[in-house]
Design a protein around this ligand. Structure first.
Ligand SMILES: NC(=O)c1ccc[n+]([C@@H]2O[C@H](COP(=O)([O-])OP(=O)(O)OC[C@H]3O[C@@H](n4cnc5c(N)ncnc54)[C@H](O)[C@@H]3O)[C@@H](O)[C@H]2O)c1
Length: 387
């Protein structure tokens, strides 16, 4: 199936090779219809015959069939394993099942895990590949907007523990991320919007990235072109979507090449995530990752505004952009504030009593990475905000 020409896109296909000083070799294969080349890409990279193919049960069957067929055609021995939907996939039992399957099929280090689906699948697949035999080949085929612009790029993997999200994980780079925007034609509207939550985050860290890396800004700031291009709603047939996905991938790669293990610059990608993760957890994942990040991003601006760093006008602009894109800006009224505070106090990014919080700076598009705040102060602002 090729909707490319029907959709009228003329987005060029490309491959980006990612190499960093730390011996990371990865690539992104982007393009409408590139999913058909999955088998060819694995073959080109000389991997072993065994493939553990991980997929969400809720993914439309046609996408899985195309990837499966492409692997079959190149002679790979595919063991398909369907995973529970959403966050239920990211748990220890599912991980153990995957390890046992690979062990039963006698996978060696040159064999591969291939994940097709949203960020939940790419996250657990990455952790699974990074830990089996201390690391086997990993290929990610993200099928949601959020996974294409963020979750599958950059080598972070993880599963959730009872105490919180992504508490066990690793940094592990896929051999290739195969990004085909045509997958998004079947994505429900809510998931498209959720992906926009991460894209809004990119829009407000664009200058920090452009100043610190090789990423070149376009003629217009991302936040203003977003507001114009998607004012009528988010639609997978919008010709601006492909270039937008590419822009976010390039931004993320630029950051990750500079700081693969999140020692400093990479922390900018966590804008909106401290509160975002707490909202996801306390809502029992009823509020999606992208929605939570968009609420967290507005909260970061409101906090910076209270402290006197960011103007009222810029704070309002972030909320307006969320409104245009149909994203939430407020913590849902029914979420228990005390529970949110408890979760915030255990954030992964805490050091002693304080949490490193990514805070917007005066210039829209720039963030500060070194702002420290205690969980207590953060809670105080949260409660004031929602009073
Ligand atoms: N590793 C990272 O750097 C990173 C970054 C951001 C987010 N994440 C993680 O990503 C996860 C969220 O990812 P997500 O938003 O993709 O959610 P998800 O993986 O739960 O997918 C959302 C839903 O979309 C369905 N779906 C997927 N592709 C589809 C398609 N093409 N058509 C129709 N339905 C489709 C899925 O089956 C699922 O029901 C979270 O666990 C989050 O922590 C990781």
């Amino acid at each position: 199936m090729r909707l490319h020409s029907q959709l009228g896109h003329n987005d060029q296909a490309y491959t980006i090779l990612v190499r960093s000083s730390l011996d990371i070799q990865s690539r992104v294969d982007y393009g409408y219809g590139v999913r058909d080349k999955t088998g060819d890409i694995l073959k080109q990279l000389n991997v072993g015959k065994n493939v553990l193919l991980l997929c969400q049960t809720s993914l439309p069957k046609q996408w899985l069939a195309i990837v499966h067929q492409s692997l079959d055609m190149q002679g790979f021995k595919v063991r398909l394993h369907l995973l529970p939907d959403g966050e239920d996939a990211k748990n220890l039992d599912v991980l153990a099942e995957c390890w046992q399957l690979m062990q039963a099929e006698e996978f060696t280090r040159n064999d591969s895990v291939v994940a097709v689906g949203g960020g939940a699948v790419t996250d657990i697949a990455g952790f699974c590949a990074s830990t089996y035999l201390r690391g086997i080949n990993l290929f990610l085929i993200p099928t949601t907007l959020l996974a294409q612009v963020d979750a599958s790029v950059g080598g972070k993997t993880g599963i959730n523990l009872k105490a919180g999200k992504n508490l066990a994980g690793s940094f592990y780079f896929p051999r290739s991320v195969i990004v085909d925007p045509e997958f998004l034609t079947t994505l429900p509207a809510r998931d498209l919007k959720s992906g926009m939550g991460e894209i809004v985050k990119y829009a407000f860290i664009e200058d920090t990235i452009a100043e610190a890396t090789d990423y070149k800004k376009g003629p217009r700031a991302l936040h203003s072109s977003l507001a114009d291009n998607f004012a009528g709603g988010i639609d997978a047939s919008n010709p601006a979507l492909g270039p937008l996905i590419s822009c976010c991938i390039r931004m993320k790669l630029a950051v990750v090449i500079k700081d693969p293990y999140e020692k400093n610059l990479r922390r900018c990608l966590n804008l909106g995530h401290t509160l975002g993760h707490a909202i996801e957890k306390v809502s029992k994942y009823a509020v999606s990752h992208g929605e939570s990040v968009s609420i967290g991003t507005v909260f970061a601006f409101k906090l910076a505004n209270k402290i006197g760093i960011v103007s009222d006008k810029d704070t309002a602009q972030v909320e307006t952009l969320n409104n245009i894109l149909g994203l939430p800006s407020e913590v849902p009224g029914d979420l228990d504030r005390d529970e949110l505070v408890r979760v915030l106090a255990f954030d992964k990014k805490r050091q002693g009593d304080s949490i490193k919080f990514v805070l917007p700076e005066k210039k829209l598009g720039r963030v500060s990475l070194d702002f420290s705040i205690t969980a207590k102060e953060l809670s105080k602002y949260l409660k004031q905000e929602q009073a």
